[in-house]
Design a protein around this ligand. Structure first.
Ligand SMILES: NC(=O)c1ccc[n+]([C@@H]2O[C@H](COP(=O)([O-])OP(=O)(O)OC[C@H]3O[C@@H](n4cnc5c(N)ncnc54)[C@H](O)[C@@H]3O)[C@@H](O)[C@H]2O)c1
Ligand SMILES: O=C(O)C[C@H](O)C(=O)O
Length: 314
């Protein structure tokens, strides 16, 4: 029998981790290991989910624990461990506390799952990727951040709502940093059913859609009182699925840049990548408008500031 993929989610007692586990279980993507500092909560989440299998039609295997050695030889490790922001906070304000958490988790990843593909979710996302790379020394294709999938999904949803069209027909991506200020919704390549976005919405409407997308996480945090987890869970699952099923989807993800887009400092920012069972197998450079290029440059500058704090905290 072929080996089933082993997928570990660290932080799975929390909202995003539990959502990732739920969607991965429903898609029967592999054997799931739930790790959290609060093992009872992770165990409760697993039990609740397993009991839903009868009606949802899945039969997933779960292990839940606070013992990091259970991630041994995982194919994919997802890190959602970390503090979420509260209303009024930025993601960047979480850097000190979450850098320490991500560092601890990554030390265990390096020890127990040295060949895994690592997906980072904890915020501030792009800087946490740098911490993970520093601790694990994994090559860039195996340290991938979930940001652009979620941000693009929000961009597509906002466009669909503005036009009252089906979201499936909206093709649009968000690059740059996963921050309220330095996300780069790429208007120049956005289309709906093949029709360019600027033929469908006025310049003013486009600005509204772009601003709403950039504030998507903040808006939800203000409404819920903590940050979102349903759409983030779907986003991570799309990435895990493309990796374990070797689908080769091209999705916007945060990875270390090595000269792409003129960025040569090893910065981690969101760009289109091909996700296969090798991880971020290929990084793509696309043509951007002058404004979008400038926004990506600004995202790089902002990232360097947060990275400095992240690295000084670990
Ligand atoms: N990249 C994204 O798009 C995105 C989307 C949503 C949330 N996030 C981030 O994901 C993180 C988690 O968000 P959440 O809403 O699930 O928070 P949460 O508080 O619900 O869950 C976090 C979980 O991490 C656990 N944890 C903390 N330290 C740990 C450690 N060392 N080892 C194991 N588990 C540990 C906690 O016990 C808790 O159960 C936050 O940093 C949030 O900002 C990122
Ligand atoms: O907004 C947040 O802090 C959580 C996450 O990054 C999101 O975009 O939903």
């Amino acid at each position: 029998m072929l080996k089933r993929p082993k997928i570990t989610v660290v932080g799975s007692g929390g909202n995003v981790g539990a959502a990732v586990v739920q969607w991965c279980a429903q898609k029967e993507l592999g054997d799931l290991v739930l790790i959290d500092l609060k093992p009872n909560v992770a165990q409760g989440r697993a039990l609740d989910l397993a009991q839903g299998g009868a009606f949802a039609g899945f039969n997933a295997s779960f292990t839940s624990t606070d013992d990091s050695s259970f991630m041994q030889d995982s194919d994919v490790v997802v890190i959602t461990a970390g503090v979420p922001r509260k209303p009024g906070q930025t993601r960047e304000e979480l850097v000190g506390i979450n850098a320490g958490i991500v560092k601890t988790v990554c030390e265990n990843v390096k020890k127990y799952a040295p060949n895994c593909i690592l997906i980072l979710v904890s915020n501030p996302l792009d800087a946490m990727l740098t911490v993970a790379q520093k601790v694990t020394s994994f090559p860039r294709e195996r340290v991938i951040g979930m940001s652009g999938v979620l941000d693009s999904s929000r961009f597509r949803s906002n466009i669909a709502r503005a036009l009252n069209v089906h979201i499936k027909d909206v093709s649009a991506i968000v690059l740059g940093a996963h921050t309220d200020k330095d996300m780069v919704p790429v208007v120049s390549t956005a289309t709906v059913g093949g029709v360019p976005l600027n033929k469908l919405l006025s310049a003013e409407q486009i600005v509204d859609v772009v601003n709403r997308t950039k504030r998507g996480g903040a808006e939800l945090t203000e409404l819920i009182g903590t940050s979102a987890w349903v759409a983030p869970g779907f986003g991570v699952t799309a990435m895990v699925e493309s990796i374990v099923l070797n689908q080769g989807r091209i999705l916007p993800c945060s990875v270390e840049l090595k000269g792409e887009y003129g960025i040569s400092e090893g910065a981690c920012l969101c760009v289109p990548v091909k996700l296969t069972n090798k991880g971020a197998e290929k990084v793509f450079e696309i043509d951007l408008s002058t404004e979008e290029k400038a926004a990506l440059k600004a995202a790089h500058t902002a990232y360097l500031e947060v990275r400095k704090i992240a690295l000084s905290s670990v």
